[in-house]
Design a protein around this ligand. Structure first.
Ligand code: NAD
Length: 253
């Protein structure tokens, strides 16, 4: 097992990609802090992990609130004794056009999607440093962080921010043996903020299928395991190759 004895925080772990990550890291021996705003979602994932022989605890946390983040990080450190891995997965999309978005919608989207990964990184890094050991962090961007979209003005800006946040976190935490990388998904499971599969979702990529939470979880496992020890500050595309395509090009799939 690749993560035996390690403790991992996974934010937004109550469904879809975060759930897939939590379950795969658990299957590799990590104890999991299942962090979610929605208590029922977090409780379900934590109890399924425990029922399958893993070790998990659910934490209700609104990642847009710094006080919640501080309390959650302290709680995980107290409950499990250490923190080795942070997966910044929670995000929301505004789905708004610039002409329609309100300042409140913009602020909330950035708070959950960009500010929370920085704050979780800050407080978890302090725990790792105090524990006298290094750690691994993975932030979650999106192909929406590389390209503009006709909607989601705040989400696309936040996800672009995640790319360089990752580089600066990696540089600033390298002295403490904390590696920070980033995954860049496209079309994985259900769309962000939705629970249901949309069969009409437009998928144009080189693998000719949607991604699954397990596809993304396997990439995250690689980035938090020793297999990626020489990888730091990187962006790993997990998008079926869609970002390799020239927008407006002649590829038809
Ligand atoms: N699904 C995709 O196709 C896709 C594509 C690109 C990037 N991503 C990124 O992958 C990550 C996961 O996406 P997903 O589709 O699984 O999302 P999702 O909406 O299915 O799940 C997000 C989880 O986060 C929780 N959450 C929302 N707001 C929160 C808050 N304020 N505090 C704590 N928890 C909160 C929700 O309750 C939910 O359980 C996100 O960062 C997303 O931007 C997803």
């Amino acid at each position: 097992m690749k993560l035996e004895g390690q403790v991992a925080i996974v934010t937004g772990a109550g469904r879809n990609i975060g759930e897939g990550i939590a379950k795969l890291l658990s299957s590799e021996g990590a104890s999991i802090a299942v962090v979610d705003l929605d208590k029922a979602r977090g409780d379900r994932v934590a109890s399924e992990i425990n029922a399958s022989g893993g070790k998990a605890k659910a934490y209700v946390c609104d990642v847009s609130k710094e006080a919640d983040i501080i309390a959650t990080v302290k709680g995980v450190a107290a409950d499990f004794g250490r923190i080795d891995i942070l997966i910044n997965n929670a995000a929301i999309s505004d789905n708004k056009h610039i002409l329609d978005i309100t300042k409140e919608q913009w602020d909330l989207t950035l708070a959950v999607t960009l500010t929370a990964p920085m704050l979780f990184g800050k407080y978890v890094a302090k725990e790792m440093i105090a524990g006298g050991h290094g750690g691994k962090m993975v932030n979650t961007s999106s192909t929406s962080g590389y390209f503009g979209r006709p909607r989601s003005i705040a989400y696309t800006a936040a996800k672009a921010g995640i790319l360089n946040l990752t580089r600066s976190m990696a540089i600033q935490l390298a002295a403490y043996d904390i590696r920070v990388n980033c995954v860049v998904p496209n079309k994985i499971g259900s769309p962000v903020g939705k629970d249901e599969h949309n069969p009409d979702r437009n998928v144009l990529n080189l693998r000719k299928r949607e991604g699954t939470p397990e596809d993304l979880a396997k990439a995250v496992l690689f980035l938090v395991s020793d297999d990626s020890d020489f990888i730091d500050g990187a962006h790993l595309m997990v998008d079926g190759g869609c970002s390799a395509l020239m927008p407006g090009g002649d590829y038809k799939g």
